[in-house]
Design a protein around this ligand. Structure first.
Ligand code: ADP
Length: 325
């Protein structure tokens, strides 16, 4: 089974720009598509459009070979988990989860218990939502989505409001959800590392358009546009003018420090992340950020020689911003 969108167009009344400007994505059963993009790119609008919560100005949503664009949100059987997901405040977690079940099968309690255990909230079933931490609430929301027996699952920045240590543990739960849910998942985030970690496939949404999509490593290594090269990565890809037409790009971790080389420069800034350091090197070709081991002891004002291995150098058209061979 596949969930896909075809040239989706959405514009909000007060805006001449399209929030979604011809968005086509596809994700099959058992796969997770991570949609990543800056704030305002249209990620939430895309999920709302798929779930049936958003008026479409054009395009189609297809599930399992049939158009569902004309169906109500309920009839689509697509679950949406979002960042401020509201559980019923006056009901226990157990009652919230029971409520999500479509059928009142005799083994309903066992199914609820099993799903709660898988998401590590079995001990919390008697509590009310206000007695849960943010991470626990998010896990209860994911359990509720699974129990509603959806055909496809959409997650909108489920970890956005959690602190960094909690994000890691709830991210593991998302991977747990993936193992339990057979259908397609679309996972939206503005965090490129989270997208790379969760997605089997990646789509980069910028200004209402998919600028690149495919295998996450391919998109990271060989982005299709300058916009994607800048957006993905711990630090943006370095971009240096090469000629009238061409800009070359190389990631900070691919620039090599060498004893002797044609490209020499002076370190103007150093920023350590603990294991590594990013040094900004001023060269005659332009400024380059280079990732080096923190223990190397490089400091501001040191002069270094750099090599740009050709296998890591990408070329982009200067005007269109699109990668060229
Ligand atoms: P993202 O989820 O990537 O941050 P959104 O889908 O929320 O992006 O928003 C995409 C664009 O549409 C933004 O420019 C935003 O300001 C605009 N937008 C979102 N919701 C509305 C709304 N209800 N009314 C008008 N404009 C909106």
């Amino acid at each position: 089974m596949t969930l896909s969108t075809h040239d989706l167009i959405v514009s909000y009344r007060n805006d001449d720009r399209h929030a979604l400007d011809g968005v086509s994505i596809a994700v099959s059963s058992g796969r997770t598509l991570a949609v990543v993009g800056p704030s305002g790119a249209g990620k939430t609008t895309l999920l709302r459009a798929i779930a049936g919560l958003q008026h479409l100005d054009g395009g189609d949503v297809v599930l399992d070979g049939r158009s569902i664009a004309g169906r109500s949100p309920q009839a689509r059987r697509i679950a949406l988990v979002f960042q401020d997901d509201a559980l019923f405040a006056n009901m226990t977690v157990q009652a919230n989860l029971r409520f999500a079940l479509r059928s009142q099968a005799p083994d309903a309690d066992a199914y609820v218990a099993e799903t709660a255990a898988a998401l590590h909230i079995a001990a919390l079933l008697a509590r009310r939502p206000r007695e849960l931490s943010g991470g626990e609430r998010q896990r209860a929301s994911m359990a509720r989505a699974l129990l509603s027996d959806p055909k496809a699952l959409l997650m909108d920045e489920p970890l956005a409001h959690l602190d960094p240590s909690l994000r890691r543990s709830v991210r593991d739960e998302v991977i747990g959800v993936r193992e339990r849910f057979p259908g397609p998942i679309v996972y939206v985030t503005h965090d490129h590392a989270e997208a790379m970690g969760v997605g089997d496939e990646l789509a980069v949404l910028v200004n209402g358009r998919i600028e690149d999509a495919g295998d996450p490593q391919r998109v990271y290594d060989a982005p299709r546009t300058i916009g994607v090269a800048r957006f993905l990565g711990e630090r943006p890809m370095n971009l240096l003018p090469d000629s009238e037409q061409i800009v070359v790009g190389i990631r900070p971790e691919h620039v090599r420090l060498v004893a002797e080389g044609p490209l020499r420069g002076r370190i103007v800034r150093r920023e350590s992340t603990g294991a590594d350091a990013y040094v900004l090197v001023e060269t005659p070709r332009g400024d380059l950020t280079v990732r080096v081991p923190a223990g190397l002891g490089l400091r501001a004002n040191d002069v270094v020689a750099l090599d740009l291995p050709p296998e890591f150098v990408r070329r982009f058209d200067r005007v269109s911003g699109i990668a060229v061979a």
